[in-house]
Design a protein around this ligand. Structure first.
Ligand SMILES: [Zn+2]
Length: 415
C-alpha cells in the first residue's frame, strides 16, 4: 500500500498520462488534410469476400485457395466447356477484372474454359505457369474473345499436374516481402513496417541512404495501390534495384534519402481484388482526408519521418499499370521545388530507350491522388509512372533501369 497521498496522486497522474500517450498514436497526429476540386467519397464501403475453396466437377478440378487468387464460381457447361465466373469486390469499380486460379484434370484432356466477367470486359491476356513463379503468355490462338468482350474463352491442355492461370504474374504480399528482404544485408537499406493494413498485413517500408537521414533531400516511391497493376510494380523493382546498386557507387546516397513503400494495398493484392482495399475504396483517391488505414498510416509516416529528419521532399513517384505506358506529370502551372525535373528526366529516358515518344500527360492535380498530394503536402514533383498491361517484360526492366540512371544523373548535378 502507498501511504503518502502525494506519491499516490503522482502515480495516478503518471498512469493517466501513460494511457493518454498510448491511445494517441504519434503517427496519426496532426496530418494536414487537403481539399481538391474533384473530391471523391472514400468512406468505407461493404465488400463481397470471395469464398475460397476447391471445385471438382467430372474429373476437372479448380481452386482459388491461395493468396492473390480470384475465382468466384466454377461450373461445367457441357463436356468440353467449363466456366469461371469472375466478379469484383464491390461496385462501381474501374474495369480491371483480375483472375487467378489453379486448374487440373484427373485424365489428360483439352478443355475450353470461359472466363465470364458479368458487367465487365476482358482486359488481361491470360498467363500460365507450372509453379506459380515462371509465367508465359497463353498463345493468342488459344484465346477467343466474345463479341461484347464480357467473356473470353481459353483452350487448355489439362493433366493431373496443376496449371496456374492468372491475369498477370502473381506478386502477392509474400513475394513482395521476399523481394524487400533480399536487401536485408545491404548496408544502405533499412527494412521495416510502418503499420498494418485493415486485415493486419504489414505495410512494408525501405529506407535507403548512406549514413544519416538528417537534412538529406528526399524521394518517395510507392506502388500497388491497385492490386492487378503488376507491370508497374515490375518497373519499380528494376528501378529500385538499379538505384541501390549504382547509387552506392556514384555518391547518390551520400546526398539523398529514398523512402520506398512497395505494397500499399496488401489486403487487396492477397484477396485478388480488381482495384480496392477491404474498405471497398480506391486508395489512390484517399489522399485527402485519409479515411482508409493504409493511406492514413503511410501518409503520416512520410510526413513525420521527413519532419523529424528535416528532409525536404523533392519528388514522389507512384508506380501503376494501365493500357499503355504513360507518365502523368504536373502541368507547368503547378508550383514545385524542382520545376525542370520532369522534362530533363523524361527526355533522358526517351533517348536511353531510343524511342520516339515518351507519352507524357500533364495534369493540374485536381483529384485526391498520391501525385497531387506529394505536391500539396511537400511542394514536391508528383508523378504517376504507368506501365502498359501488355508491355514486354524485358522492356519494363530496361525502362526501370534507365529511369534510375536518368534520375541519379539529374540529382547528382543538382546544387
Ligand atoms: Zn493504378
Amino acid at each position: 500500500m502507498i501511504k503518502t497521498p502525494i506519491i499516490r496522486y503522482l502515480l495516478v497522474f503518471l498512469f493517466i498520462l501513460s494511457i493518454l500517450a498510448c491511445s494517441t498514436p504519434r503517427q496519426l497526429g496532426k496530418l494536414k488534410t487537403h481539399q481538391y476540386t474533384s473530391p471523391v467519397d472514400t468512406e468505407t464501403k461493404i465488400i463481397d469476400y470471395q469464398e475460397s475453396g476447391t471445385y471438382l466437377i467430372d474429373g476437372v478440378g479448380a481452386t482459388n485457395n491461395f493468396p492473390g487468387a480470384r475465382l468466384n464460381k466454377f461450373d461445367r457447361i457441357n463436356d468440353s466447356l467449363y466456366e469461371a465466373t469472375i466478379t469484383p469486390e464491390n461496385a462501381p469499380i474501374n474495369p480491371s477484372p483480375w483472375y487467378a486460379f489453379k486448374i487440373w484434370a484427373k485424365e489428360e484432356r483439352t478443355l475450353d474454359l470461359r472466363l465470364k466477367y458479368g458487367d465487365f470486359w476482358h482486359r488481361y491476356d491470360p498467363k500460365f505457369s507450372n509453379d506459380g513463379e515462371h509465367w508465359s503468355k497463353l498463345d493468342s490462338t488459344s484465346v477467343t474473345l466474345a463479341a461484347d468482350s464480357t467473356s473470353a474463352t481459353i483452350r487448355l491442355d489439362l493433366s493431373k499436374d496443376t496449371l496456374w492461370i492468372a491475369a498477370q504474374e502473381i506478386q502477392d504480399s509474400k513475394r513482395v516481402g521476399e523481394w524487400v528482404n533480399s536487401f536485408k544485408n545491404n548496408a544502405l537499406v533499412t527494412i521495416g513496417n510502418v503499420g498494418e493494413s485493415a486485415m493486419g498485413r504489414p505495410l512494408l517500408h525501405m529506407n535507403i541512404t548512406e549514413g544519416e537521414n538528417n537534412h538529406k533531400p528526399t524521394i518517395l516511391v510507392i506502388s500497388r495501390q491497385h492490386p492487378p497493376e503488376v507491370t508497374g510494380f515490375l518497373a519499380m523493382k528494376a528501378f529500385i534495384e538499379t538505384l541501390v546498386n549504382e547509387g552506392a557507387e556514384n555518391g547518390f546516397f551520400k546526398r539523398y534519402r529514398l523512402m520506398v513503400y512497395p505494397l500499399l494495398n496488401p489486403d487487396g493484392v492477397d484477396l485478388g481484388h480488381f482495384r480496392h482495399n477491404t474498405g471497398g475504396v480506391d486508395l489512390n483517391r484517399d489522399w485527402s482526408v485519409y479515411n482508409q488505414p493504409e493511406i492514413a498510416q503511410i501518409a503520416a509516416h512520410m510526413v513525420n519521418e521527413t519532419k523529424e529528419h528535416k528532409n525536404k521532399v523533392l519528388l514522389g513517384l507512384d508506380f501503376h499499370s494501365t493500357f499503355q505506358d504513360v507518365y502523368y506529370t504536373p502541368h507547368e502551372s503547378v508550383k514545385r521545388k524542382i520545376p525542370d525535373f520532369t522534362k530533363t528526366w523524361l527526355k533522358q529516358i526517351r533517348v536511353s530507350l531510343n524511342i520516339e515518344d515518351i507519352n507524357e500527360s500533364p495534369g493540374k492535380g485536381e483529384r485526391p491522388t498520391s501525385s497531387a498530394w506529394f505536391n500539396r503536402q511537400f511542394g514536391a514533383t508528383g508523378i504517376t509512372y504507368e506501365i502498359g498491361d501488355k508491355t514486354p517484360r524485358e522492356f519494363i526492366e530496361k525502362k526501370g533501369q534507365v529511369s534510375a540512371y536518368a534520375l541519379m544523373d539529374y540529382f547528382l548535378k543538382l546544387n
